[in-house]
Design a protein around this ligand. Sequence first.
Ligand SMILES: NC(=O)c1ccc[n+]([C@@H]2O[C@H](COP(=O)([O-])OP(=O)(O)OC[C@H]3O[C@@H](n4cnc5c(N)ncnc54)[C@H](O)[C@@H]3O)[C@@H](O)[C@H]2O)c1
Ligand SMILES: [Zn+2]
Length: 362
Amino acid sequence: MEKLIVDTSSREYPVYIGEGLLHQSADLLAPVLEGKTKALVISDSNTAPLYAETVRTALEPLLPVHLHTLPAGEQSKSLEEYEQVMTACIHAGLDRHSVILALGGGMIGDLAGFAAATYMRGISFVQVPTTLLAQDSSVGGKTGINHPLGKNLIGAFHQPEAVLYDTDTLSSLPDKEWRSGFAEMIKHAFIKDSNLLSRLRTEVQSTEDMKKESLKQFLRQSMTVKADIVKEDERETGVRAFLNYGHTLGHAMEKASGYNNLTHGEAVAAGMIFAMKLSNYLQYSNWDIAYETAWFTALGYPVEAASAFEPAALVETMKNDKKARAGELTFVLASAPERPFLAKVKERDILHLLLEMKKGGS
Ligand SMILES: NC(=O)c1ccc[n+]([C@@H]2O[C@H](COP(=O)([O-])OP(=O)(O)OC[C@H]3O[C@@H](n4cnc5c(N)ncnc54)[C@H](O)[C@@H]3O)[C@@H](O)[C@H]2O)c1
Ligand SMILES: [Zn+2]
């Protein structure tokens, strides 16, 4: 088992990564569950049938365990489902000394975390991630739900008390979800861990390779990057913005595709290649685009996906991003691995590159 400690100003908590951890959850979570009155496991319709019983059986000797299941998919990260979760908390009789366990991917983690942040002005919560992407979302304390007018517009910072990452749960994860999560690992490697980046480059050349034995170490390294950044900047006033590498264009593409055809990681992967192109174009760097593109393509990422959209529409969407300031376009660029920086980029430069891609010129 791998373990790391996330140390933020509001809380210090352990992250356990390894096989069979759901079965050991009573031992690993004992310090968190001590003195707690009840637990509510929140899960979705894909993960609950696979793993909720194991968690319940493991924890029931310690405290009463309730389960609330909601439909799988991003559309459940909604005000309506949030209300249902609140109702479930009340029906289960949760009090201020109860705990919510988020058993699922980032959708469940964000929604259950927000429920824990707000129920009775905040109760304990534990992340039990079951997707590869949740290596990113389960650490750092950002919780929230979507509004029909925009993603993640409603939320709170609320750190979990522990993260229990049972890598056995990933065995049921569809390949496209592996790729989605792996893009965030590549992102962490690019912005802050060259050693991880070179290991990923040599050891992972296909989706199948993502499932290798070394995954647990990769996860620890990747989550350490996230933890270090969160420690430095819990509320995103500075370096935490580097975690948005690949996300400016990525978010715009996700939005343009109606959050349907592209997974988050696919969009971010295409966004990272675009950030490298942009950085070269603005003469900040000398990325070997052909080499990076070949690797990303071998891993199954649609690196040219942006060319399916209207460049001007993508730029408009980027300007409306909640992270854009007063319509300015700020990109995370990198001059080399581990050298990310924020750059204000002119609209016409972005349009130029997007148009070039659309013409098949790069
Ligand atoms: N809070 C943060 O810091 C942060 C960071 C990144 C992403 N996010 C959020 O995370 C969400 C995306 O996360 P995600 O990709 O994990 O999405 P998700 O939770 O919707 O999971 C993706 C799909 O995989 C299924 N699934 C989950 N675990 C499974 C398993 N073990 N076996 C089989 N199927 C399984 C789910 O039911 C779903 O259909 C978005 O809402 C995004 O905004 C949050
Ligand atoms: Zn992301």
